[in-house]
Design a protein. Sequence first.
Length: 460
Amino acid sequence: MQNVDQSFVAQDRLVRPVLLEWLRAERPAARKPAPLALDPRVSERATRGTRPHALEPLVQAALVVAFAALLAASILVPGWPALGAGWVSIGTAFFAYTLVGFAFALGYRPARETSTARLPRLTVVVPAFNEGPMVQNAIASALASDYPRDRLELIVIDDGSTDDTWVYIEAAAAAHPKLVRAVRQPKNAGKREALRLGFSQATGDVVVTMDSDSRIAPDALRSLAAPLVRDERVAAVAGKVVVLNRYESALTRLLSARFYVTFDLGRAVQSRFGAVLCCPGALTAYRRSTVLAVLDRWASQTFLGAPCTIGEDRALTTWLLRTGHRTVYQRTAVVETLVPTQLRGVVRMMLRWARGDARESFVLLPLLFQRWRTEDRWWPTLEIAIDVLVQPALMLLGILTLHHVHLTSDGVLRALAIAAVVAVLQALLTARNERRADVVYNLAYVLFAVVGLQWIAPYS
C-alpha cells in the first residue's frame, strides 16, 4: 500500500505543474470588468438600422428580377455596336484581372487564433473628436473583449473636442482606471496627430487602432493578434469592416453590400501576398516596433508641399510596405462602423477616400521600378500599377463606350448590362462567404456607382 501511495505522489508531482501551466495558459487572467453604463442615446443610435425591414426579402427579390430583365433585354435587342480595339483591350484586361482576383479570393484563409499564453501585451488606441456620448460605444466594445485583462490597455484620446466628448472619456477612465487611460489634446490637431500620440504612449507590443464611431466583436482583438504572433514579417493586420446601420436607408444598404465586396474580397486577395494596400483606421493591429521606426516621417508627411491631413490609414500602410514589411487581412476580426445615411455624407466620404488613395498611389509609384520585395512581389506590383492606372483607364473606357454607343438607348442598356455582369459575379462570390441575402444590393450599388459616382475620382 505504501508503494502505491508513493507512486501516486510521484505522478502528482509530475502532473501538477503541467496542469497548472495549462490552466494559466487557457484561462483569462482576470474577470471581465463590469459593463460600461451607456447613455440611452448610445444604445438607441447603435441599434438604429440594424434590423431588416419586414419587406426586405421582397425588395431583394425585385432587385434580382430587375437585373435579370436588364440582362435579358441587352441580349434580345439585335445589333451590338461595333467596339473599337481600345475598348476591347481595356475591357478584356479588366475582366481578366477580376477573374484572377476571384480565384485568389477563393483560396484565402484567415490565420488561426493562437493560445492565450502566446498573446502579446496589446494597446487599443481610440482617437475621438466631437463624438459626444457615442464614444462610449467604442470604449464599451473594447472593454467587453475576451482579451486577457493583464495584457490589455485602452488609450482614448480627445482630439480637442468642443462638445462633451471628454466627459464620457473621463468617466470611462474613472470607472476602469486599470484599463482605460484618458488623454486630452488642448486643441484639435487632426486624427494623424492623435494616433501619433497614442502610438508614442502605448505600452503594448501590439497597437490596435479603432474609430470612435465603431464597435468590435468580443474576439476581434484575439483574432488580430494571431497573424502577428505567427509571422514576424507581418507589421499590420487589417480587420473586417462591416456596416453597423446597414438597414437605415437605401444608401446604407448599398454601402453595406459594397463593403463586403471591396473590404473583404479585395483585401483577401491582397493578403494572399502579404500586401494589403490599406489597413483601415476602423480596425487594424500594428506591430508597435515597426510603426515607431516610421512614426515621425508618417506624422509629418507632406504631398506637393502641403501637410497630409486625410488618408492616414492608407499612408501608414504605405510606409510599412515601403520599408519591406507585410500587411495582411484577418476576416475573423470584425468591426461594425456607422456610415452616412444621406448622399451628401456619402459623397464626402468617397471624396476623402479617393484623394487619399490618389496621393498614396503616386507615393507607391517608384516601387514599380525597384526590386522592393524578395518574395510575393508580382501581384502586389500589379495591384500598385492598377491602383495608379485604374481611374484613368476607367475614364478612357467610359469615353470610348459613349463614343461607340452614341448615347443610344440600346448602347446604354448594354453598357449597364456589362456592369451588371461584374456585379453579379462579385455578389455570388461574396454570398459564398457571407451567407447573407444582403449581398444582392451590390447589384444596385454597381449601377449607382457607374451612373452617379464616376465623377468623384477625376474631381478628387
